[in-house]
Design a protein around this ligand. Sequence first.
Ligand SMILES: CC(C)(COP(=O)(O)OP(=O)(O)OC[C@H]1O[C@@H](n2cnc3c(N)ncnc32)[C@H](O)[C@@H]1OP(=O)(O)O)[C@@H](O)C(=O)NCCC(=O)NCCS
Length: 148
Amino acid sequence: MLASPSISPLEPQDVQQALGLQNEEGDTFWLSWPNTPNIFGIKLSGEGNALYGFCIAQHVFDEVEILSIVVKKALREKGYGHKLLHNIFDIAHSKGATNVFLEVRPTNIPAISFYKKHGFKHIATRRHYYKNGDDALIFKHILQQAST
Ligand SMILES: CC(C)(COP(=O)(O)OP(=O)(O)OC[C@H]1O[C@@H](n2cnc3c(N)ncnc32)[C@H](O)[C@@H]1OP(=O)(O)O)[C@@H](O)C(=O)NCCC(=O)NCCS
């Protein structure tokens, strides 16, 4: 039987694999994460340490902002995003954060559905925020307690 994918901290040596996943989206990667204070990352690894997904977030006072969350294209809709997100909630809770924020494009229907399913609410819109002129929707999740 195959071992189930496991969560661990994202390491600098994971950047190339993470870039590969991010490039599937053609989006910007937070290359500076290992050297930026308060930024932390987790990864979901499968057989042979293959990177299934990752999440990078920033902790400031009572807030955690999700900067990037990506699951490998071929492995989506299997609950791996859920696993990553709930680990981020637990880490955020352990750091004393009470809210989790993120930005998402209005065109990113899978991500919006994913966030709403996990208790995020749309609280604001930043007009023409992205380089291509897309707005950014700001979503907020209030942390209640350690999630499992
Ligand atoms: C958003 C993302 C991380 C979700 O990861 P995932 O592993 O597919 O998510 P899960 O399997 O845990 O959750 C599935 C839920 O996500 C949403 N979802 C995922 N893919 C979807 C799709 N193609 N269409 C609609 N909803 C979708 C649904 O709410 C779904 O729940 P349901 O099965 O009850 O309908 C993944 O789609 C991804 O990596 N997207 C590209 C990167 C990205 O856009 N990141 C967010 C930037 S803000």
